[in-house]
Ligand binder design. Structure first.
Ligand code: PLP
Length: 348
């Protein structure tokens, strides 16, 4: 899709269009639109596709910023938000009975790495006359392609794997021209287009996307294997990564993800106090709420992406306050695993 960016850079610009074309090719989308952040991209999807009086259904298990956007901003402009558990077919049927215009989910889910049956969701949602948007930030194209499964709109925080060097804040929306036209209209009016310098950095990053993501996926898989082998000794309550044989959505992982990604989550026994002690003892993971950079990162979602969430809300999202989210970078995976083993052993 070509929005003529020669007129004025807020309407699109040369390097932005080149980068959008490259991402659209990766997604096999009719087009892509770049935004100043992942949140700007999500805002444009909601406000571009919805009007006052519309309803939107948003999954319980989404990035905390998306949940806040749905709770605070959308009702203020007359958009009613319905929340639901996308893993529960009855909950989906219930929410579709409320006739939403749009359903928004995340897959893999932050930070539990659960994977949704996007093809089945798309079928049910289309039968109810609604559109499906998915935040696919945790596994970028070409490693998953939600549009091929029937999803209408795909959103990424390009700050993460697509940017990949922790030096650019960006978001991207991909899909068909029909929906993108409305989303671009919002971008043009709201002004949250990605600037030229950031678009240049993002475009540079695409050349190494596959290498980085494959390496990070292998490293996280190695780390998980080491931890899983001695999980009782290390006092691990739950371990989350799409590579694990016991992953709750094993068949969907195999069918829809070409790589599991570099993010894994660990819930040590002992709740938040122990998780905080592990966090304090890690030496090779930088403390940061981001992910998929070249350097390994760790965060406590309860203090960052999901700050302020109640116990009940965390339970609905499927994890506890004592979950540590780790993102494997490009360092030696054995050294990263050793670091986790020492931090878990010292705190048991
Ligand atoms: N979606 C997901 C899944 C995220 O993890 C994040 C940020 O952490 C966002 C959206 C928001 O992206 P940004 O920080 O680029 O605005």
């Amino acid at each position: 899709m070509a929005f003529d960016g020669r007129f004025y850079p807020r309407y699109g610009h040369e390097i932005g269009r080149r980068c959008e074309g490259a991402i659209a090719a990766l997604e096999r989308a009719e087009g892509s639109l770049l935004f100043a952040s992942g949140m700007a991209a999500l805002t444009a999807v909601f406000l571009g596709l919805l009007r006052a009086g519309d309803r939107v259904a948003v999954a319980h298990a989404v990035y905390g910023g998306t949940a806040l956007l749905a709770d605070e901003l959308l009702p203020r402009v007359g958009i009613e938000v319905l929340r639901f558990d996308p893993f529960d077919p009855d909950a989906l049927a219930g929410v579709l009975a409320g006739r939403p215009r749009l359903v928004h989910v995340e897959s893999p889910v932050n930070p539990t790495l659960r994977v949704l049956d996007l093809a089945a969701l798309a079928r049910a949602i289309h039968a109810a006359g609604a559109l499906l948007s998915v935040d696919a930030t945790f596994v970028p194209p070409p490693f998953q392609r939600p549009l091929a499964l029937g999803v209408d709109v795909v959103v990424h925080s390009a700050t993460k794997a697509l940017g990949g060097h922790s030096d650019v804040l960006a978001g991207v929306v991909s899909g068909r021209d029909a929906e993108l036209r409305a989303v671009e209209r919002h971008r043009r009016l709201g002004g949250a287009v990605l600037g030229q310098d950031a678009a240049w950095l993002l475009h540079r990053s695409l050349a190494t996307l596959e290498m980085r993501f494959e390496r990070q996926s292998r490293s996280a898989t190695t780390i998980c294997r080491v931890l899983a082998a001695i999980r009782d000794e290390l006092g691990i309550e739950r371990l989350w990564h799409p590579s694990l044989p016991e992953h709750p959505d094993r068949a969907l992982v195999d069918a829809t993800l070409a790589a599991p990604g570099g993010v894994l989550s660990v819930e040590p026994r002992g709740g938040l106090a122990r998780a905080a002690a592990v966090y304090d003892r890690l030496r090779r993971f930088h403390r940061s709420p981001s992910l998929a950079g070249t350097e390994s990162l760790v965060c406590l979602p309860i203090d960052t992406s999901h700050a302020g969430w109640s116990e009940a809300r965390l339970e609905a999202a499927g994890f506890g306050a004592g979950l540590l989210r780790l993102s494997a970078g490009l360092e030696d995976p054995e050294a990263l695993a050793d670091d986790l083993v020492q931090a878990l052993s010292a705190t048991i």
